[in-house]
Design a protein around this ligand. Structure first.
Ligand code: DGP
Length: 116
């Protein structure tokens, strides 16, 4: 199901261009327009899901697809050995700006913990 006002639904529908690097099954991934590291991709479900807080038991296989895609992207970009970070921002304090579930895949440089 699509949300007509959703930016990522428009990217999925090819109404807005994006650098798509993965498209299989129920998920698609594209490079972040404002990358925070040499690898910064967003893995998103093709169906509109607002965020991780809206995930329930019916999304079990979708989560496997999301993380599997992230792992493949990390391998394809050559950061699987050096390490990478998978992030789901939920809500204002986490800095969520796009309300369509997206898994950030960030890698290619060392990262601090905890995040700022
Ligand atoms: P978040 O803060 O978790 O909601 O992350 C949203 C990300 O989406 C942010 O890192 C920037 C990215 N983004 C926003 N607009 C666009 C766009 O039009 N194209 C692409 N490729 N990424 C976008």
């Amino acid at each position: 199901m699509k949300d007509g006002d959703c930016l990522f639904c428009k990217i999925i529908a090819e109404e807005i261009p994006a650098d798509v690097i993965f498209d299989r099954g129920g998920v698609i991934a594209f490079r972040d327009v404002n990358p925070q590291a040499p690898l910064h991709a967003l893995v998103v479900p093709k169906d509109h899901v607002r965020d991780a807080a809206a995930v329930d038991a019916s999304h079990g296989s979708l989560l496997v697809e999301l993380i599997g895609a992230a792992n493949e992207i990390a391998e394809a970009d050559g950061v699987d050995a050096s390490g990478y970070r998978l992030v789901l921002n939920v809500g204002a304090d986490a800095g969520q700006t796009v309300f369509h579930l997206h898994l950030h895949v960030i890698g290619g440089r060392p990262m601090a913990w905890p995040p700022g």
